[in-house]
Design a protein around this ligand. Sequence first.
Ligand code: NDP
Length: 315
Amino acid sequence: MENTEHLHCLIIGSGPAGYSAAIYAARADLKPVMITGMQPGGQLTTTTEVENYPGYPNGTQGPEMMEDFRKQAERLGTEIRFGYVTSVDFSARPHKVIVDESKTITADSIIIATGASAKWLGLPSEEKYNGFGVSACAVCDGFFFKGQDVAIVGAGDTAAEEATYLAKLCNKVYMIVRRDEFRASKAMVHRVLNTPNIEIIYNSETKEIMGDGKTVNGVKISNKNTQEERILDITGFFVAIGHTPNTAVFKDSLDLDESGYILTIPGSTRTKVAGVFAAGDVQDKIYRQAVTSAGSGCMAALDAERYLAAANDIA
Ligand code: NDP
């Protein structure tokens, strides 16, 4: 058929997991082809400074780092194509993937590295200062607010963990909670309540992130019961209200957990479908770091290589 192509190794997604898988797959002569998704480079292309990725002694910029990943994957022989996977059929081999609703690809092995997207409050001021005082990752960006006052919104395990992380670095952490209770586990709430420089502000919603046009200098919040408004003097604003894994297209083909993350066989990147692997944030709601994503991308390529070698032995 004219618009159908068969590949040895298809990689879906172009964040640290996808590119690392590509680097390993290319060097193993799997001739990988990568479909980038709508945001080539993934979440890191929306960040500014990255200081915690090993190998960059002076830090780097997120978009530049992803350019480096891309160049390395391409130099080693990965073919990179802009496109979006619109449906899949893993019911028979070779597994089938439709790109941009029109092109059919069949592949001997597929590595899914489509990542997750941080949820945002949806305020224009949040978008305006994103990367300039507003962040969805305390572990990535907390360091830039050392000794300063910051706020974090959210009340789940991520928010609780990030608030205590920030409390170690920052002078003061305001925790903005929309209800009168946490969603986080008891142990995490206990830790937050026992951290003296975290102030919890219950029943409150964020109205506006304030700044001088370049950096953040405050946040306006409002009490949901009394409508009373208050301005907190802060320089950093962290959003920790959850992530959405980019798995809609796989929901009928793979096992997902209750939050939509792809379930892999523990200690591997294998999914329930032989020949289909998942790496990076799409299967990890705990660590979510560029370096852990890259590590699992490497694992996925090694798992794919072993799977293909075994399939070849049988054939
Ligand atoms: P969750 O969905 O568990 O929590 C999101 C939190 O954000 C909730 O408290 C929610 O409030 C709040 N929220 C959502 N939207 C808004 C909004 N518009 N304004 C204000 N607040 C909002 O996400 P997490 O990322 O915290 O956790 C995801 C999963 O990962 C969970 O299963 C969690 O247990 C797990 N996890 C485990 C960790 C660990 O074991 N170390 C670490 C991190 C996460 P409300 O409660 O009112 O709905």
